[in-house]
Design a protein around this ligand. Sequence first.
Ligand code: ADP
Length: 633
Amino acid sequence: MNSPKDILRQYWGYGEFRPLQEDIIQSVLDGHDTLALLPTGGGKSICFQVPAMCMDGICIVVSPLIALMHDQVQRLREKNIPAIAITSTMSKRETDIAFDNCVYGKIKFLYLSPERLQSELARVRISKMNVSFIAVDEAHCISQWGYDFRPPYTQIAEIRELHPKVPVLALTATATKQVADDICSKLEFKNEKRFTQSFARHNIAYVVRKTEDKNSQLFRLAERVQAPGIVYVRNRRKTQEIALLLQSSGIPATFYHAGLTAQDRRKRQEEWLSNRCRVMVATNAFGMGIDKPDVRFVVHMDLPDSPEAYFQEAGRAGRDGAESGAILFWNEADINQLEVNLRQSFPELKDIRRCWQAVSNYFQIPVGSGEGVTRIFDLKKISTTYNLDPVLLFHSMKIIEREGYVALADAINQPSRVHVRVSNQELYNYEVKNQADETLLKAMLRMYGGLFESYVRISEADLARKSGKSPDVVAADLKRFDQLGLISYEPRTDQPLMTLLQPRPDAYSLYISPANLAERRKAAETRVEAMKNFVRDETQCRQITLLKFFGETEMKECGKCDVCKKKAGDAKKKEKLNLEEEILAVLRNEQKTVNELVAMFPLELNADVNTALRKLLDREVVGFDKLRKLRIL
Ligand code: ADP
């Protein structure tokens, strides 16, 4: 057996493990059920990918994030490690073949959407696999107390029965003590080990600022910090508005939200990743799986619903360990908005039923059938067709999802796939009889390997180029070959999806447990309270406030957040820090506009600089020239 360190070097090219990675890996290799709490960017994937490469058999990775799964599978394949993802976006045939490959092939990693565990077929196949261990990513999803509870996660314990000796490694970046305990109990941990890395991020300065003029604050910040940043806003429209505003001030910005086409999203993401565009303005749809190390600032223009969400998003700053800022702008209207959101997140039962009826009618799935069926879930279209408030429909579906009736998947981009269903000889016979199709079929076989064994990603555009047809004609031909039974063709998708996890109940037998609902409401209220406390409490170091929420007890003041800085600043003020003198010193050197001048001082002094400047202007010590630049009179 290769040592973990050899594997790390050989496949990843890294010389050393990060703190805790090695301990976590050893614990899995020793057969312990293991809980690993590592902050975002801490390097969780290595913790399951390395031991899996040390062990015989296949590692099953349960993850709720389809886009992330495809990403990781892709990266493993680039290292020549055989990996497969089985998600709710795949047809029954594709799922079947993928499972077969895991049983009989040499696959090292099976990434599995939790809702795919539900079927008998999955259970039978998994029982036949030689499983090394089970990794549960985003393990907080198993807990009702977690901020992202997903009922299909509770099925994971059942696959343990199929492989009682196989250890489980649960990983998460967001768990309070209560959630961590719940994860261990729901996954039926025995002989367990826990590893927790403090969630303190020593290179992030948390700054919370109450302001009625967020836009100009943002502008100043983006101008002062000439480096990549992310700006989070709550709604899609605002992403574009703010990106335009920044652009008009000469700051290269782009925007991103789930309503854009997959192609557009990819393009914008790429622009930002490659630094062609410095600032990304986005909804919370952006960031998961993004691994840009040099993000120097993350700004929140609105209040997130929970400290967990805030911590995850803010944590995208400074993954490379260099000094970075997480800046949150807020005002009283935001607090109101949080409360409105909270109310809207828990619609009344009759409204939830009305929404379910509309969705059922829209998809025309008969009562009592449809288990495992996946459909494109076009929220806008359904809400317009049935005259429903889209916000109500969204939250109703979230509650229905949390009761385990459906699984909703965000828009992800999945390329087209093809699998050849007949033998090489049969395909040849077909080509001989149908000369017109020969070019395309030959081009496909030449361009892609493994088509007879499993589904392979193809590109209609590439095939078009090779066969001299248009992409539309290629797609139509592939569809025709599919109907003839020669191949299976899964055209690409880039839409949000809904999978029915149970036979479709009628609206009146849709059971929403009042106890569950009440419990979740209470948990959501606690989170909103924690957010309010986070922004309002100006006496405690921001980092400490956050860490306390996650149950940490041993903490030092960060010395960097606005509260720590203010304390230090107050001390400095006592030393009569003379801003007026500093301003005059700057202007003696060079004339500057007000914005340029203010931008030269730390953010937390902006208000003081403005006051000092006003006093100098009032006393006519300083004035403006024709170009509106400040000069000493
Ligand atoms: P997480 O899932 O915890 O957010 P990832 O697993 O995506 O984090 O890892 C974050 C980044 O850190 C990735 O680019 C990964 O390759 C890198 N990384 C992880 N472990 C190491 C290591 N031991 N040495 C160097 N880089 C590492």
